[in-house]
Write a protein that binds this ligand. Sequence first.
Ligand SMILES: *Cc1c(COP(=O)(O)O)cnc(C)c1O
Length: 388
Amino acid sequence: MTVTLDPRTLEARHGTGVYAKRPLTLVRGQEATLWDDAGRAYLDCASGQGVANVGHSHPRVVAAVQTQAATLVTCQEAVHNDVRAVYLSELAGVLPAGLDRIFLCNSGAEAVEAAIKFARASTGRPGVVAAMRGFHGRTLGALSATWEAHYREPFAPLVPEFGHVPYGNLAALEAAITDTTAAVLLEVVQGEGGVRPASEEFLRGAQRLCRERGALLLTDEVQTGFGRTGRMFACEHTGLEPDLLILGKAIAGGVPMGAVALGPRVAQMTPGTHGSTFGGNPLACAAARAVLDILREENLPAEAARKGEWLIDRLRALPHRRIREVRGRGLMVGLELRDRVAPHLAALQERGVLALPAGPSVLRLLPPLVISDAELEQVVQAVDEVLA
Ligand SMILES: *Cc1c(COP(=O)(O)O)cnc(C)c1O
């Protein structure tokens, strides 16, 4: 059968309508560049929503996927597997100390779901305290922890025993943690909620309160993990020791994968507690191994720190009244504007730069960590023109 209609028509016809699509068809990527179906190049400051930390089609990820696809793609967790076993030990080796038991799944939301189940199973308590402006995914458990009303309200009633406190307000958190609280679930830097780094005091206070009251601290590093903020994991900036650390997005270079790492305060799980058909499949594990190799060999967390500092300085120096604040960590950068962000994203796209929103008025830049200094300069110039 020959497909005679273009991708936009076909996706409009057969999609469900859950995505507000931009008029753009991307067909190819290399490092920090993407190409559309007419051959036009774009500088990628979206990374497929924070996924492509090592860049698009990195040759080591390509080779790992090709080799593993020709060897073994699927392998249930009921048996052992060579690639999975090596990946688990390599990931444990880069995680903060003590986080050495790992559950593998297929997305960020699934990793959040697993972490919530593990916290409830470990503590025997039901409660989850999350943060206002927090985003944890769109499945019903993760959605119950997500704050924004337009994501939640159409699907009420959600999972009981979830509550939200203002992000950064330690007194409110202290009041919310009771002897029925299983988990405090926080992003270290809020992503979808507007690129908001938490203060060291708030994160350390959350950890102290959890330990005092027998609750577990769950950090959602789905967006901040794997070098994005200038360290391998964002909790390293404050020496935070979460009980469960939640991972996704960049973990396998674009191959779908998620993970939860369990620390020493989390009980040993028993057979049947949780599971996943695709979780820990050798294809994703092979890609994820390549990602760890690339992050280390190309020194990408340190590169993200250096480039991010430069980028934030340059953006703060822009003279436009439209910019209310520039904030971020590493190459996770937000410009809070005084007006709506959508028209500026469209204007950036016209100038060959793809960026993201984070709420109605924040322009979010999440470039691949391999983006070059010259490319970042082009991004700053485009932002300057668009906001002028
Ligand atoms: C994207 C994201 C998720 C959800 O991940 P999916 O893979 O889309 O399910 C969860 N938490 C945070 C912080 C995220 O940025």
